[in-house]
Write a protein that binds this ligand. Structure first.
Ligand code: PLP
Length: 355
């Protein structure tokens, strides 16, 4: 469907209210006005060759990742995944018939893989490299120079780059983010950029993800897959998301407000964790997670998490779920009170383990 075929295609048109009855099926890749607004947004940010036809709106960032993998990976293909990784990447690769190739990074290297590690992991079967910056679970953010070095290797090897940028608006310590697709025409050709509204705008339950790529055949394949899997992302939710693009000043102000609150919680939790004897925590620069090192306690991360749950009624996610033993993940997307309570329980538990 042409993006200009209905009166609602202009991003300047006010978003319809619920009473407008936007409750029917929509075009598979997304409503025209939202695709247009997303394309314009990426173009403003330095992406080239992104028009409405290069955008798919999906039912969540998770679905965008899965569609990107399903559209590119076949049986026997290898996908390089830096660890600690977001839990779903290896499973999605396996569901597509591919083989995850995990490259490990530790806290001492800022949870970032090096160009030498990436080069060593490449084989003739490598089809894709997944980059997630800012990262879930570590909050690590690659600098532009670090990313450029990795992307240059991907370009030389002619492999897809899936850049999961869902935490792109949540960075601290003056850190900035950048997108591999903006580095060069070759990088743009190979990069599939995934994002969504869940983290930046706290719209987790709206289930809206985005996928953009300059390769139109790839975008068409993603849309074809979506048409068989979900038809389209929920129609009225898409009209709701238009508000983000139609009120950029409000969206920016709410991001700044939320970012300031998260930053305060990050520093508070970080200081509290590093004050616990036996724990050390890397200073994350993005997302809303901290990933402290628990290696000094001599337990696996699952044993640590299980005992913490049983003895202190405190739930954390073991590092093993993210492919990294010896760490636990904490989220500070919660209240100051819960963070203070959690720190108290964790300190008591760690002191008991050290006795
Ligand atoms: N990518 C990463 C790294 C995430 O952490 C998440 C959610 O936790 C997603 C993608 C999926 O987000 P959504 O809720 O939009 O499906």
């Amino acid at each position: 469907m042409s993006p200009t075929s209905t009166p609602r295609s202009s991003s300047r048109t006010p978003a319809p209210r619920p009473a407008d009855g936007q409750t029917k099926y929509a075009p598979t890749p997304g409503i025209p006005a939202l695709r247009k607004a997303i394309a314009e947004d990426y173009t403003r940010r330095g992406f080239t060759g992104i028009a409405d036809a290069n955008v798919v709106v999906s039912p969540g960032g998770k679905m965008s990742c899965y569609l990107a993998i399903l559209a590119t990976i076949s049986a026997g293909d290898e996908v390089i995944i830096p660890a600690p990784y977001w839990v779903s990447y290896p499973e999605m690769v396996k569901l597509a018939g591919g083989t995850p190739v995990v490259v490990n990074a530790e806290d001492v290297t800022g949870f970032k893989i090096t160009p030498a590690q990436l080069t060593a992991a490449l084989t003739p079967k490598t089809r894709m490299v997944i980059i997630n910056s800012p990262s879930n679970p570590t909050g690590a953010v690659y600098s532009r120079a670090e990313l450029e070095a990795l992307v240059a290797i991907c370009v030389k090897a002619n492999v897809w780059i899936m850049s999961d940028e869902i935490y792109e608006n949540l960075v601290y310590d003056g850190q900035t983010t950048c997108s591999p697709a903006t580095f060069s025409p070759e990088a743009a050709r190979l990069t599939i950029t995934v994002s969504g509204y869940a983290k930046s705008y706290s719209m987790t339950g709206w289930r809206l993800g985005t996928l953009v790529a300059s390769d139109k055949a790839l975008v068409a394949a993603v849309a074809d897959l979506q048409s068989q899997i979900s038809s389209n992302a929920t129609t009225f939710a898409q009209f709701g998301a238009l508000a983000v693009h139609q009120h950029p000043d409000k969206a920016k102000a709410s991001l700044a407000e939320m970012g300031a609150v998260f930053d305060k919680r990050r520093l508070n939790l970080l200081a509290g964790l590093n004050a616990i004897p036996g724990l050390t925590c890397y200073r994350s620069q993005g997302a809303f997670y901290l990933f402290p090192n628990i290696k000094s306690f001599g337990l696996t991360s699952s044993q640590f998490a299980d005992r913490l749950l049983e003895e202190e009624l405190m739930a954390v996610v073991p590092g093993s779920a993210f492919g990294s033993e010896g760490y636990i993940r904490l989220s500070y997307a919660t209240s100051d009170q819960v963070i203070a309570q959690g720190l108290e329980r964790l300190a008591r538990f760690c002191a008991k383990l050290k006795k």
